[in-house]
Design a protein around this ligand. Sequence first.
Ligand SMILES: [Zn+2]
Length: 289
Amino acid sequence: MIRIGQAGIPLSCKGRTNKDGLIYTKEILDLNALEIQFVRGLYVMEEEEALFMNEYASENDVELHVHAPYYINLAGDDEIDLSIEKIMSSAMIADKMGAKTVVIHPGYYGDKTDDQTLKSIIKNTKKLLKILKKEKLKVKIGLETMGKQRVFGSIDEIIEVCKKVNNIVPVIDMGHIHARGDGCLKTQENFAEIFDKLQVLNLDRYLIHLTGVLYQNGNEQYHLPIRKGDMPLAPLIDEIIDKRYEVTLISESPLLEHDAVYIRLQVEKAIMKRTGKDEADYRDLSEIS
Ligand SMILES: [Zn+2]
C-alpha cells in the first residue's frame, strides 16, 4: 500500500499540538502517514498525548514516524554520548506512540576520511542499538540520506551502514540525493537505480522524504515547493507503481500538507492512467493489471 503524509503538524491545522495534527491528517486531509518533528532541542511530550497518538493511529491506520533533533553526530568522538541521549529521548516517546521509525541525520566527516567516518558511524550505531535493545524499544532507527558534501550520508554510505548493523533502516530523502548528485534524479531509470541499490537490504517498506530542493555544486541550499524544484515526481511514482513498491511518502516541502495532497493527486492520476477510470484511491492499486 502507498502511504502519504507530511513532516509535521499541517500548516492549515488550527490546533498546534501533534495530537491535533494527527487527527487533521486523517480526517481532513485523508492521508495515512505522519512524521512527527522533534527536530529542535529536546522535545517533551506528555505520556497521555503519546498514548492517545498510539491508539488513534492504530485505530485509523495512520503510520507514524518521528524525526529526532537535527544536530546529531555519530561520527564525532566528543559528541557521541549527547547524540545518543538525544536519539534515545526521541526513541522513548516514539515507542510510546507506536511509531515505526526514529529518523536521524548520522553525522559529519569533520577531519576524518570518508572511510574512518563510516567506521565510526557503524561502531556508534551498534552502541546505540544495544541501548535501544536494553530498553526493549521496538521502534527502528532510520538513517537519512543527506544533501551536503561535508555531511555523511550518500545513498551508498547509508546502505553500507544498514548492511553492517542489524535493525537499522535507510530513510530515502530524494531531495537530498538529488542535491548531492547535483540534479541526478530526472528520469524513471534514475529512480529505478536508487531502488535497485536498496534491494540488498530486503526492505518490506521504504520510507521516502520528498521536497523540491535548491542546490549548487552538489550541496542542498534550501527546500522548495515540489513544483518549484527540478526533481520530477511523475517518474518516481511510475517506478513505484510499476514495481509495486510499498512506500511511505512524506512531504518535507515548505508547503507540507499542500504538497502531500499534491503527491496524492499525482499518484491517483498515475493509477487512473493505468485503469482508464476517472476515479482512484491512492491506497488501492488492485485495479491495475
Ligand atoms: Zn531529516
